[in-house]
Write a protein that binds this ligand. Sequence first.
Ligand SMILES: [Mn+2]
Length: 349
Amino acid sequence: MAVSASKQQKIDAFDINGIGQANGHLFGLPFGFEDAEVVILPVPWEVTVSYRPGTAGAPEAILEASYQVDLYDADLPDAWKRGVYMLSVSPEWGKTSRQLRVKAAEHIRLMESGHADGSGQTVEEVNDASNRLRKWVFEQCSEVLEQGKLPALLGGDHSTPLGLMQALSLKYPSFGILQIDAHADLRKAYEGFTYSHASIMYNALQIEQVKGLVQVGLRDVCQEEMDLIRSDDRIHAFFHQDIRRSLYEGHSWKQVCATVIDRLPEYVYISFDIDGLDPKLCPNTGTPVAGGFEYAEVVFLIQELVHAGKKVIGFDLVEVGPSDDEWDANVGARLLYKLSNLMLKSQGK
Ligand SMILES: [Mn+2]
């Protein structure tokens, strides 16, 4: 992308070594939508979360934490000049999420105590609103793609990126998904909710252009999901315990990464559920599970993906939890910067 005169002025005027500016822009960068090569859509949505709420606040918490991130990145030293821009957080969707979350939580409580099944007025209302959100995400991300920019999404819960994947399917006739997650998210609707956080990959596999799903770090799955993993040859699941076994038996992480990457086609969408990491890095995520990756392990995996020549066409980062000390958001902000920069690097420019 050629650098415009106005963008060059912003680069020249920016003090890369200065203290992080709380200027309302992600990472304190000086750029707007026009100047950015990566555009991030924040989605403050968590209607179907089944355990601990709070991830709807992640976009704002990560924006606050992002001013602390130093901008030099050894993977792409001039990455900051390429421009990462986050669209403003929609107060309307946040409000709808809060209102419906109350009803959904009551429905989930009734289901858990055997007093409701996966149907009824609340289920219809939630499914309808979730479908409207999906369409809105699709439209926003389609616009980002039409402007020739790389799209990313910051959740919210894991239900949020379906519209982004659908927007990508209009541009790319064939792509794969690399999912980093403790859960398989392959349930056909969950608790009655078609667009549940626990169904995102089931829904993603309905997209014809998605030719493969490579899941890494799984350590909490149900029978229905295991049956689908075994029966759908587009799905390749790398369970966390199997990965650890491989390492304990003497294989290197580099070898494991090569096996994972080998399953992916040229164009790759990354779906990053923060609970794929060890809970010490995301203690307040909605559904934490013991085990999980070190930060450096997932960064290495994505570095290897880029080194292997795969093109990252978009990504999401979801399920970052709330915390008084901002630790969850701090990790989330660093991961967001790294994912953006490695996506840019993968373009080969
Ligand atoms: Mn997930």
